[in-house]
Design a protein around this ligand. Sequence first.
Ligand code: GDP
Ligand code: MG
Length: 305
Amino acid sequence: MTHCGYCAIIGAPNAGKSTLTNALVGSKVVIVTPKVQTTRMNVKGIAIAGDAQIVFVDTPGIFKPRRRLDRAMVGAAWAGAEDADAILLVVDAADLTANARSHAASDTHAILQGLKSHKKKIALVLNKIDGMKRTDLLPLVEQFHAEGVFEDVFLVSALKGEGIEDVAAWVKARMPEGPWLYPEDQFTDISSRLLASEITREKIYLRLHDELPYSSTVETENWEDRPDGSVKINQVITVQRDGQKAIVLGKGGATIKLIGEMARAELETLFGRRVHLFLFVKVREDWAENPEHYEQMGLEFPRDK
Ligand SMILES: Nc1nc2c(ncn2[C@@H]2O[C@H](COP(=O)(O)OP(=O)(O)O)[C@@H](O)[C@H]2O)c(=O)[nH]1
Ligand SMILES: [Mg+2]
């Protein structure tokens, strides 16, 4: 008999959920940046461990939402937890130790309260322990254990791949019996088109600052497989104001050229083929209020503003 199930990876923004997802899957399926709210939708990363197929669900950070897009993201994260057989709560242990009153600390506290009503198998992942002292970690472990929510607590560095096997073993042991849901060689549920636009969005988050990453979205408009084995990809970067468009383009188009080069290089590695990437910039003041954009991101459109 085989095993198969879902494991949701939840936590405050920037805890390292996406880094952990990639480490558990062993391949890049979700984008990672130092900025909060990089992940906008639930993405499945599929791993195989012995007779078990584990479908990890990387989720957007859970925080106090302000905008409509925020509410859609937080809603998706809780829905991911709702549907899962097991839950990993990821916490940035370094941040929590440095500042017990940080945004992340209060978001994590609120998530903990939310988890208390979940009769699920839940484990805590204290992440970013690279560079931390053990003596700082032990009080955290005790404090979280005392909440009575977690079956187990793991100390990991998702970035360095340390402690990942123990987490994987815990999850594997909690997957219910059942047939595998995905083909053996599939490691994510998102389409190549969507993965390609996520990679470009990652480069925007890495290169541009302030409100720009949060005011932009990327869509793959055209995907053309060429007879020579290469692929031609057209993408549209949508921003909210003319000034933002000028920043994305940069002097003489230098910024968009750099973003395009970074994205193309990574797409070629990911897809193992030559990629011709063409980026266009559009201004749509209200894209974050437009249901169509939510649908293409795999998010529900929150009706209330
Ligand atoms: N030092 C350190 N940084 C990490 C670790 N895991 C993630 N990060 C960094 O934390 C930032 C946020 O990571 P990400 O996976 O996007 O967090 P998410 O918002 O929870 O998905 C990125 O800059 C990561 O490189 C870790 O184990 N150690
Ligand atoms: Mg993420």
